[in-house]
Each structure stands twice: as C-alpha cells, then as structure tokens.
Design a protein around this ligand. Structure first.
Ligand SMILES: C[S@@+](CC[C@H](N)C(=O)[O-])C[C@H]1O[C@@H](n2cnc3c(N)ncnc32)[C@H](O)[C@@H]1O
Length: 198
C-alpha cells in the first residue's frame, strides 16, 4: 500500500509490512485492549502481533494468500459476497477491524476495503493509508460525509517500506472510524504523532 504503488509491479499482492512503531502510534490513541479484532489483510502479522502483545482479547487474521505465517483463514476481503464472509469468519461480531490494506490502482482497493470494513464491523475501523488518502471527491462517503469518521492520526515520521538506500519513505496516517462519533468526542479530530511518544 503506497501512494506511488503504480510505479511498482504489484508483486506479492501488495505486501508492505507495517513497522511496529506505526501500530504503536495507533494504540496511543485507540484503546483496543480486551476487544475482538479482525486483521483482514494480515500479511506476515506485523500489525496483528503488536495488537496481540498489547492485550486484545482475540485477533482473527485473514488474507487473500499466505506469505510466511499461517492465518486464521484465507479470505478475499474484496469479495462482495457477504455470505462468503459469514462462512469464513466467526459468528459473533468483531469489535474492530484494523489493517494496512492493499492500495491497488488509484487507491481503489484501499477505498473498497474501507467501505467493506465499515459494512462488516459496527465498531472501530482503523486503516493505515497515505496521508492524502482523504483528499478525494470520490471518497466523500468515507470521510466528509461519513458520520463514523472520527480521527486522523498523522504520522510525523515517514514510513520506509523497504530497507536500503532505494527504499523510499512516505507520509501516512491512521484513519479511524468508530461505531458512533457522538459517543466519541464530537467532530473528527486530527492528531499529530511521531515514532516516539512525546
Ligand atoms: C500492505 S500489505 C499489509 C500487510 C500487513 N497488514 C502489515 O501491515 O504488515 C497488504 C496485504 O493485503 C493482502 N491482500 C491483497 N489483496 C487482498 C484481498 N483482496 N483480500 C485480503 N487480503 C488482501 C496482501 O496479501 C498483503 O498481505
């Protein structure tokens, strides 16, 4: 997932592994301890492992493919057949969906991931995406017009997806939706947060 994904071949189903610190930034603002969390684009569990160590009650990991680690199930999250979702995921609802979704051409996969995540989870949805992802008229339904959109956590440190001197860095943010914005804190909030806690 990256804003310049189109410059690269879409190898390995868009496997970009989230550095631990980026998930820790989310956890400084969203308390998921004791929650049942679905990681639907789990990759090599870089986000899932941090969530588990933090104290979630359950982490259910799915992905369209297996990379190095086994998932709870293989599942194409962009499959719109909701019945197939119900066959693959546990019957009781999740409290949160948290992931760094595949970006896809023009960010379309990421936007559809967001829409389906909001349909499939009534609680918290948190997605790590490029910092300009909300600047799109075609995504008003996700941000400007979405009463569940609660918080943007702007990462002050850039993420380097690949090591080495050719591994470019990019600005990202966590986009957070909750079940009910009223119960959260009024209008959406922007938070600026670096790798290290202040
Ligand atoms: C950007 S990586 C993120 C991996 C992991 N969440 C992390 O942060 O390290 C995106 C992941 O989405 C998976 N993926 C791609 N298309 C998918 C789909 N339609 N349904 C589910 N997973 C998909 C890829 O296999 C890859 O593991």
């Amino acid at each position: 997932m990256t804003v310049t994904a189109s410059r690269f071949d879409r190898k390995d189903f868009d496997l970009y592994e989230t550095p631990e610190w980026a998930t820790e930034v989310l956890l400084r603002h969203v308390d998921v301890r004791g929650l049942r969390v679905w990681e639907p684009a789990a990759g090599n569990h870089k986000i899932a492992d941090v969530l588990w160590a933090y104290g979630v009650d359950l982490i259910y990991s799915t992905d369209i493919t297996r990379h190095d680690k086994a998932h709870s199930a293989i599942f194409d999250f962009l499959s719109v057949d909701y019945r197939s979702t119900q066959e693959i995921v546990p019957a009781s609802p999740f409290d949160a969906i948290i992931t760094n979704p595949p970006f896809g051409k023009g960010g379309r996969d990421a936007a559809n991931f967001a829409r389906l995540a909001l349909e499939r989870c009534d609680g918290i949805v948190a997605l790590l995406l490029p910092d300009v992802f909300d600047f799109a008229k075609t995504r008003r339904d996700l941000f400007a017009d979405n009463p569940r959109f609660t918080m943007k956590i702007q990462l002050l440190d850039r993420i380097q997806w690949f090591p080495g001197k050719y591994g470019n860095t990019q600005n990202h943010a966590w986009y957070v939706w909750t079940g009910d914005r009223e119960a959260w804190a009024g209008p959406p909030t922007i938070v600026y947060e670096g790798k290290e806690p202040k």
